[in-house]
Structures are given as C-alpha cells and as structure tokens.
Ligand binder design. Structure first.
Ligand SMILES: Cc1ncc(C[n+]2csc(CCOP(=O)(O)OP(=O)(O)O)c2C)c(N)n1
Ligand SMILES: [Mg+2]
Length: 560
C-alpha cells in the first residue's frame, strides 16, 4: 500500500530534536505526542530493551495474558482514542497479533504494531536464531499484507524519518502499521537534527467546490434525503459535525451496525440501524426509497449491509469516504473526507420539516416475570433498560452482535463490535482497551460462551489493572450462530463453570442467571459492585436465536 503515501505532503514545522533521542525513545515520544498513553503486550528477549525504555517512559505498559488479547485491546483503544499500540516479541508474539491486526486493517483502526527482532549483528551468516520462521524478514512480509505501512528500523540514519512516515500513514488512513525494532538498534541515537514531519493534507480547492456544489444541489432538490453514517465518521472524529448537520437540516440519519452509536440514538432524526433485509423493515424501506442517500464513511461490506440484501442505488446516492467521493455515477479526486463533511455543514442546505419518520423502538417497558427462563430476545430487552450514559457496549461475534443492533444506545454512549471482520474473542480484551482509553465509561461486554473460551482469561488483566467491565456470557452451550447454518457435534463446546472464575482469578464477582428475576438481581448487584469485573453466566436455550440472526442465517444458508 505504499503507493498511497505520495498523496501526503509532509511539511517540516516542528522543532528539531536537540539532544538526539535513541530510536526507541523517539518512537515513545511520538506515540505520546499522538495521544497514546498505554501500550499493550507481552515482552520477550528481542524486545526487552525497548520494554525497559517503555517502563521508564510516560507510557503505561499493560501486560495481557496472551498477545491476541493485547492486539484486541490496542484495537479498541485506537477506536476510542484515535491511536493504539501493541508491543510484542519476534514471531512467537508477532504472529499472534496477525489476526487482530487483520481485524484492525479490515475495520479501519489505527494500531501501531511494534515488534522486537534479532539484532543486525546477530544476523550475519544467517544463523538459526530462536523464534525465526524462515528468513529474518518473514514476519515483516506478513505484516506488509496486514498494514498500511511497514518498516524495519535497520538504519539509524533513516529510523526517525521512518517512524514519522508510518505513524502518519496510521493516522491518515486509520489503519494499522508495523514497526520492527532490531534489538541492537533500539538504544542507538537517531539522527541529531531530525525534524518531526507534520502531516498536512488538503483537498484540491476547485474540485472540492465543484463536488460540494453538486452535492448541495442534489440534496436541496430531493424530497426525502437520508444520511447513512458508518465507521469512518467515528474514525475521523466527525460525530460532532454529523450531529450538527442533522440538527441544522433535519435530514434523518441511519447508522450501519459497524457505525452504530455514531450519534446518540434518542435524537428525533435518528432512524435506527440500516442493514438491508436483516434490520428493521421500516428503516430499510425509508432508506431504500430515498431520492438522495448521503452515505458518509460507509463500508460496503456484506455483514454491514445485511449480507448484500441492501438495495442502495448509486444513481440516487452521494458516497463519501476517505478513499472515494462519488455523486451518482461519477467520482471526484482529491477531496478529503473531513473537508467534504465539514463543507456540507457550512453549505446552504435547506432545513426541512422532520415529518413522520421511522424511530427505533424505545426501551420497552420490561418487567421481569419471576421464574421465567431467559431467552435472547428478553435478555436484550432487559439490557436495553440497563444501559446508561456511561455504558460502552462491546459486542463479540455471534448473537451478542446480531441482537445488539437494536439496543438503544444513549446519548454520549458508545458501541463497539467487530461487525465486519467478526473475529471471535474480541470483546473481553477490547473492553480493557476501551476503559483505559476512557476511564469514565464502564464497559458492558456481550460475549458468547464459545468466544469467551478464546480470550475470556483476559478478565485477569482487567482485574489486575483495576478495571470493572460487566460481562454477559450468552451461554447457549456452543456455537449457536453456526448451529442454524449447519449443525453437528463440532458446534458443541466444553461446558465451563464460568461462575468459578473469581475464585481462579482472585478477583471479581459472578452470577448464574437462569430466570428473568435472577437477571434483574444480578444486574443490580453488578452495577453496585465497582471494584472489579462482574460476570453473568446467562443460560440460554441451545437453539434460541434473535430475530436478526434468524433473518441472517436464512440468507446465509441459501448460499451454502
Ligand atoms: C476466531 C473465529 N473463529 C471462528 C469463527 C466462526 N464463527 C462465527 S460465529 C461462531 C460461533 C460463535 O459462538 P459463541 O461465541 O458461543 O456465540 P453464539 O453464536 O453461540 O452466540 C463461529 C465459530 C469466527 N467468527 N471467529
Ligand atoms: Mg454460544
């Protein structure tokens, strides 16, 4: 993806580094300058030198149980704070974060992957050093496929420049980058008079004006314009602009599942989640019948758009992302996504009456029926009224994610889910990244029993760092989502005594929930208990499913 880089025109503005920092120290300084305060990972001999520098720095190290946990935590941290970092040792650690980096790439999350590596002097005569797979650059080659920019800091003359280059790429493209640190170079001084390059990128003003004029004319002429907002509005920090645009013009807003919570869901112009035939039918009809669909930062991915059941007509659309701007059938080059959205906000778009539009169902007046066994539908209804302004919902793949589409996320609350790449095991470690990135929020983790068995041990990390997520384990005795596609013994998982975890981890509280009144009681207790995590083992029928999953599996099964 290096071809993307020449788009950037770095200009040299910041002060030169006076006393040359070492290469490792400069990397730390730049991470800090870009808002990073925590680095997730596990050390190893190839990266110990850098860990020592980290431990002495202003950055906080967060040791996870497994590298994959560190990778997911860094991804979630990046989604909330704008940049995240994971630091691991060569290959044994690095290749374990290949999956999480792939997720960050696929879902546009700027994570800096830092890996130690054998020193350059150790590599002479190509010895078989421990952790090496094939060649010394095997791991780097893997990460070149998974990141938007990759570098190995093998030359002190260019190392600081390379750090600037890849960090800028992460911020510009909101995608992961890879930095490999040979262990004998970490403490060497970088170039004495290096000036940190600043990223300045501008739209071509003529193209920008033409594109904006066409978009505004189309919107003003439309009878039923609709905004469909997605993940890039989050990543580029444009939620405020989107909200103002909707407030000023009264153009209704729908979100995708990946973009869910892009605006608070109690605004009168918020329609709900649009996901083709998978989502609510009134939203689908309203969005698809629009004569001017303004798609902002939308990811045209299958799961995001109801497994390609979305019917969005380009002839009636304005499609703006960080990579592309099209209006109807033609495209404009050189217009930045941010400029376009801000341009819309400043433009003369006529304000219209809101009219009668679909609205998300408010948290239904739920009342627990004592003794009644839990179902997924009732669990979500109850959780809806449990959310408050400080809750961040973090959903794992499976029912946890599908059912969450219709959760009513409050103003100021957030929703995180790996809704496109959909790797199981995201949610528990992600909640660590979320809470460290914003300690004012308390994560509500929704996770299947299968996914929990992959990374749930990271609750130990949550406990160790004083975090207090509330974890709802959807315990349906296996890979429920897959049972509805094709069932077999391969969808069973070993039955765990989830409630014994506090004993094993020496922290936290747990609850077994079988009935609606037990759920009420457990949620009440969990909210009160703030010292550490709470885990609710919610027992669900094996073949139960949410309405969204029912629609999805029917469609997927037809494709098998
Ligand atoms: C890492 C990974 N492995 C396999 C899959 C395929 N997969 C998708 S959903 C699913 C079952 C998830 O089970 P569980 O976490 O218990 O959630 P449930 O479907 O029961 O709600 C599997 C195996 C995946 N998405 N990610
Ligand atoms: Mg399950």
């Amino acid at each position: 993806m290096r071809h993307l880089y020449p788009l950037m025109a770095p200009c040299y503005a910041a002060a030169a580094v006076k006393h040359p920092l070492s290469i490792g120290e400069y990397l730390i300084q730049q991470l800090y300058a870009h808002g990073v305060r925590h680095v997730f990972g596990i050390p190893g001999d190839y990266v110990l030198g850098f860990y020592d520098q980290l431990a002495k720095s202003k950055l906080h190290l967060v040791n996870t149980c497994d590298e994959q946990g560190a990778g997911f935590a860094a991804d979630a941290y990046a989604r909330v704070r704008g940049l995240g970092a994971v630091c691991v040792t060569y290959c044994v650690g690095g290749l374990k974060v290949a999956n999480t980096t792939a997720e960050a790439f696929a879902e546009k999350s700027p994570v800096v992957v830092i890996s130690g590596a054998p020193g350059l002097r150790e590599r002479e005569k190509n010895p078989l050093l421990h952790h090496k797979v094939r060649d010394f650059d095997t791991q780097k080659k893997v990460f070149e496929q998974l990141t938007v920019a990759a570098t190995d800091l093998g030359d002190p003359q260019t190392a600081l420049q390379e750090i600037d280059r890849v960090l800028h790429a992460a911020i510009r493209y909101k995608r992961p980058v890879y930095i490999e640190l040979p262990r004998d170079l970490v403490s060497l001084p970088g170039l004495a008079h290096h000036r940190t390059a600043e990223l300045h990128e501008t739209s071509n003003p003529k193209v920008f004006r033409a594109a904006l004029a066409e978009a505004v004319a189309m919107i003003n002429a439309a009878k039923q314009p609709v905004i469909l907002a997605d993940v890039e509005v989050h990543r580029f920090g444009l939620q405020g602009e989107l909200l103002k645009l909707a407030q000023r013009t009264n153009i209704p807003v729908a979100a995708t599942i990946l973009g869910k919570s892009v605006i608070g869901e109690n605004y009168p112009f918020y329609l709900g989640v649009y996901e083709g035939a998978m989502g609510r039918d009134d939203v689908r009809r309203y969005v698809e019948s629009s004569d001017c669909l303004i798609m902002l930062g939308v990811f045209m991915a299958d799961t995001n758009l109801g497994v390609f059941t979305a019917r969005l007509d380009p002839a009636r659309s304005i499609y703006a992302t960080s990579e592309k701007l099209s209006i109807r059938y033609h495209s404009y080059e050189d217009v930045r996504f941010k400029d376009f959205v801000r341009g819309l906000l400043r433009a003369r778009i006529r304000r219209r009456a809101l009219g009668d539009i679909p609205r998300p169902p408010r948290s239904e007046s739920y009342k627990a029926i004592p003794g009644r066994e839990m179902t997924i539908r009732r669990l979500f209804q109850r959780l809806n009224s449990f959310l408050d302004d400080n809750t961040v919902v973090v959903a794992d793949a499976g029912e946890a994610l599908f059912g969450a589409a219709d959760l009513f996320i409050h103003r100021g609350a957030e929703f995180l889910g790996a809704a496109y790449y959909a790797s199981m095991g995201f949610a528990v470690p992600a909640s660590i990244g979320v809470q460290l990135a914003n300690p004012k929020r308390r994560p509500l983790v929704l996770v299947g029993d299968g996914a929990f068995q992959m990374t749930g041990m990271e609750l130990a990390t949550a406990a160790r760092y004083g975090l207090n997520p509330i974890v709802i384990v959807f315990n349906n005795s296996g890979y429920g989502t897959e049972r509805h596609l094709q069932d077999g013994p391969y969808n069973d998982v070993a039955s765990w005594k989830f409630d014994r975890l506090p004993e094993v981890l020496g922290a936290g509280r747990s609850f077994i929930v079988q009935t609606e009144d037990e759920l009420d009681a457990a949620l009440r207790e969990a909210r009160k208990y703030v010292e550490s995590y709470s885990l609710l083992d919610v027992r669900l029928p094996r073949y139960d499913r949410s309405p969204a999953l029912q629609r999805l599996t029917e469609r997927l099964a037809r494709k098998l």
